[in-house]
Design a binder for this molecule. Structure first.
Ligand code: CP
Ligand code: NVA
Length: 317
């Protein structure tokens, strides 16, 4: 029964050709949404959303998206379910996946979501772990294509990504790891600049080689010539005890107008949000003309609708 289930636990769980499909579907699904066109391919389907960490965008985008596609959702948190009272994750997976069609999980270690998926009868989607945030990078790349990489017919064209440079300024965290997986799969390069002690670990990032990224000590050098500059909070969820040490270590890793000036003139700025103006990004940058963070946030919903449709129904027309 579980042999044909496709999970989305990390970016590399899908192939380049599947991403091309998803970007195309997301564009179509977004168009329908903007035109108030009813589209209910997931009627009578239920999504369980399990949150062991806080969320605004992930919850709203999955919940609104599922309802818009005719389905419904069940929202669980550690505090209001048996998950917080040490019920084995395998048992939770067996039970929850008998009652719903799809599960989205936001949790701590990637091992937890993998264990859940191994005992689930239905597809499991990673809504953020300590190691990865694949739905966010799916939205980020879709947003990049929407703004800069449409083909002559106005469709997102992943071929545009080949040879492009994405500058990552900040923590070697779940977002950075996922960017690296995307670069390896879709043919662009990541310029990484992280403070000492907060580097990306290639083994944790789960990439095969170092061909798709370059490391820079100085964030200015990472941004030079970049097509896209992106960053994230200095302290991710689950690492709050390190907050003070991180504030000191990351002081020079604030994306400012000087960094944006050395990037390409048409470079975009992205941030998965929530953002801390004056820490990882200057207000002038995130609220400036090169920033596409609001489109980026909205696109979470459109790409995830395409993803849920794909995992449940395959390639539909
Ligand atoms: N970017 C993102 O995942 O936001 P939330 O933490 O609000 O879900
Ligand atoms: N790296 C951040 C992303 C939040 C959406 C975190 O894990 O907290």
């Amino acid at each position: 029964m579980t042999a044909s289930i496709r999970h989305y636990l990390q970016f590399s769980d899908l192939g380049a050709e599947e991403y091309a499909w998803l970007f195309k579907r997301a564009a179509l699904i977004k168009k329908k949404f903007k035109a108030y066109e009813k589209y209910h391919p997931l009627a009578d389907r239920t999504l369980a959303m399990i949150f062991e960490k806080a969320s605004t965008r992930t919850r709203v985008s999955f919940e609104a998206g599922m309802y818009q596609m005719g389905g419904s959702v069940v929202h669980l948190t550690t505090g209001d379910s048996q998950l917080g009272r040490a019920e084995p994750i395998e048992d939770s997976a067996r039970v929850i996946s008998r009652m719903v069609d799809l599960v989205m999980i936001r949790t701590f270690g990637q091992d937890k979501i993998e264990k859940f998926a191994a005992h689930s009868r239905v597809p499991v989607i990673n809504g953020l772990t300590n190691e990865f945030h694949p739905c966010q990078i799916l939205a980020d790349i879709f947003t990049f294509l929407e703004h800069r990489g449409l083909d002559a017919a106005g469709n997102p064209d992943p071929a545009f990504l080949r040879g492009k440079v994405v500058a990552w300024v900040g923590d070697g965290n779940n977002m950075a790891n996922t960017w690296l997986q995307a670069a390896e799969l879709l043919g662009f390069t990541v310029h990484l600049s992280t403070p000492s002690g907060y580097e990306v670990d290639q083994a944790v990032a789960g990439i095969r080689s170092s061909d798709s990224y370059k490391v820079f000590k100085d964030p200015m050098d990472a941004c030079r010539g970049a097509d896209l500059v992106t960053t994230d909070v200095w302290t991710s969820m689950g690492y709050e005890a390190e907050n003070e040490a991180r504030k000191k270590a990351f002081a020079d890793w604030c994306v400012d107008t000087e960094m944006m000036k050395v990037a390409r003139a048409d470079a975009l700025f992205m941030h998965c949000l929530p953002a801390h103006r004056g820490e990882e990004v200057e207000a002038e940058v995130i609220d400036g003309p090169q920033s596409v963070v609001w489109d980026e946030a909205e696109n979470r919903m459109h790409v995830q609708k395409a993803l849920m449709e794909y995992l449940l129904l395959g390639r539909v027309d």
